[in-house]
Design a protein around this ligand. Structure first.
Ligand code: PCA
Length: 153
């Protein structure tokens, strides 16, 4: 089947605690496409006792979130759905991503966009909307809300 694009904004990014999931060929294939950010703003919050990042499905509020686009095969997509406990914990929703990086800054009058999937949260406790919003998640950021990996829970 054709590859689909997945935009990751949280623990699946390079240098973040779950990135190895994308690199394990036993899960399927994921190849880095480019960096990018959401065309629309979304609230990206860090919530719950394990400090998990969630992009709340509330377009128009928050920041245009930065992340990475990967082309993934069907096997990896299924693995990621399972890993992200989709559709229970996260929902895989389509979003327009504005690509950034090589070739995008220089001499490119129009922004290149790509339709991607991302793992967002459609249902959440109402008070989460009032948490601080992030635009570029880092589990070791100045927010101090260090992600607690699954194996430690
Ligand atoms: N993993 C997914 C959703 C949030 C998370 O930690 C990601 O990195 O995009």
């Amino acid at each position: 089947m054709a590859c689909v694009f997945v935009f990751v904004y949280g623990t699946l990014k390079r240098g973040q605690p779950n990135h190895a999931v994308l690199q394990d060929s036993a899960h399927g294939c994921a190849s880095f496409h480019s960096c990018g950010r959401t065309l629309e703003p979304f609230p990206l919050v860090i919530a719950g006792q394990h400090n998990v990042p969630y992009l709340l499905h509330l377009p128009g509020k928050g920041y245009r979130v930065r992340g990475e686009v990967y082309a993934v095969d069907e096997k990896m997509l299924r693995y990621l759905d399972d890993f992200e406990d989709c559709p229970t914990m996260y929902q895989r929703t389509p979003a327009t991503i504005v690509l950034e990086g090589e070739g995008q800054e220089a001499g490119c009058p129009q922004e290149a966009t790509l339709q991607c999937f991302l793992y967002s949260k459609a249902t959440y406790p109402p008070e989460w909307v009032h948490l601080p919003y992030h635009d570029n998640y880092d589990s070791k950021g100045a927010h101090g809300l260090r992600y607690n990996p699954r194996e430690n829970r």
